[in-house]
Design a protein around this ligand. Structure first.
Ligand code: 5GP
Ligand code: MN
Length: 344
């Protein structure tokens, strides 16, 4: 059985907030990943089950490899339809924030969320939540926000009524945030949840293929190019980084989502503990997107906060630098040096 993630008080507060709301907005962080989209779609199913019709809002584009998920066509992008979202937020009487811990993680949508006076609920697994809310379901030790959505549904007593769309979204979110259950997924309860999801007749092997075997030929060749020509391994410090320039992205027909997973690959090298990706933004000049991945106890989130204006989880973090790619490389070198002892 599962341990509860909300107190009795929180659970009834949540139930009552939902019960009394007519205009519910679900939202997630910028550059939504599988967990962001999975938790939004999963929570939408929970709300539908309670007789509500929530509006799902995301700050910007999400990757093609998530478009197959049922109901993604109903998700509204703030960067495309800000007037509509502003209107929806104006009349909202409940906002549920999924998979992020600070309003700034919604980038251009931040001001609109800040201005919205509706009560908020947070369902998230990042450290140090800073979003003022009526109910805060924050559990940094959990695999994913999608797992939390499952547990919320479970605790509300709704799981029996939920169907395949719910299970597909939640499974997809849990799978992507754990790298196909290869990290952050040692809890027996995680696998109990999976066993329950399977009772809804999801095809977990197909979900895996839909997400991970859904790239273009040019993306696979981009991986080859990065590993051959761009990867720099600092074997002494057990760390590696690579750059992905604007030109590389153009040459290999880069689309959103194509960078996914590449940053994990250097960790296949024996003894390596840290891998960093530096990707030039394709639109804004002098913006470098940073991704960090580590193994064991190396704190990516501390390094991301110290050097890359970011944060995240212990083993998976991100951030950004407002400089050229050459200057970004220098920052990485300084970060490796500063964390030399922790990399041992
Ligand atoms: P990714 O490398 O996939 O972009 O990000 C990995 C994780 O790092 C995300 O799930 C998120 O938790 C965190 N993250 C990414 N970018 C940022 C950022 O700019 N600020 C913070 N605080 N966390 C980030
Ligand atoms: Mn997540």
């Amino acid at each position: 059985m599962l341990n509860n993630i909300m107190t009795e008080g929180e659970c009834s507060k949540l139930r009552s907030l939902i019960h009394h709301a007519n205009n519910i907005v679900l939202c997630c962080h910028v550059s939504p990943d599988g967990d962001a989209i999975g938790s939004v779609l999963g929570m939408a199913e929970v709300l539908k089950c309670m007789g509500k019709e929530p509006v799902m809002v995301v700050p910007d584009q999400f990757p093609d490899y998530l478009q197959w998920l049922p109901n993604t066509e109903k998700i509204v992008r703030y960067d495309k339809r800000s007037d509509y979202v502003d209107m929806v937020l104006k009349i909202a009487d409940l906002v549920i924030c999924l998979d992020f811990n600070a309003l700034s993680r919604t980038d251009d949508m931040e001001a609109a969320l800040e201005a919205c006076t509706a009560p908020r609920v947070l369902i998230d697994h990042h450290l140090n939540p800073s979003i003022a809310c009526q109910v805060c379901v924050s559990h940094p030790n959990m695999s994913s926000a999608s797992e939390l959505v499952f547990r919320v549904a479970w605790q509300l007593g709704l799981f029996e009524q939920l169907g395949r769309h719910f299970a597909t979204a939640v499974y997809c979110g849990m799978m992507t945030d754990t790298g196909g259950f290869t990290f952050n997924s040692n809890s027996p309860e995680t696998f109990y949840i999976i066993s329950q999801l399977l009772t809804k007749h999801i095809n977990k092997d197909k979900i895996y293929r839909n997400v991970y075997h859904n790239y273009s030929e040019s993306r696979l060749r981009l991986v080859g190019h990065v590993l051959c020509n761009r990867l720099v391994v600092d074997a002494k410090r057990h760390a590696a980084y690579y750059t992905l320039t604007r030109e590389d992205q153009k040459n290999f027909n880069f689309i959103k989502g194509d960078a996914e997973g590449i940053v994990n690959m250097p960790l296949q090298i024996k003894g390596l503990r840290l891998s960093i990706s530096l990707r030039e933004d394709t639109e804004k000049p002098n913006l470098v997107m940073v991704s960090l991945r580590s193994v064991d106890d190396f704190p990516c989130n501390l390094m991301a906060a110290d050097f890359f204006n970011g944060g995240g989880h212990l083993n998976a973090s991100g951030g950004k630098l407002h400089c050229t790619i050459e200057e970004a490389v220098k920052v990485v070198e300084r970060a490796f040096l500063a964390y030399e002892d922790k990399l041992k």
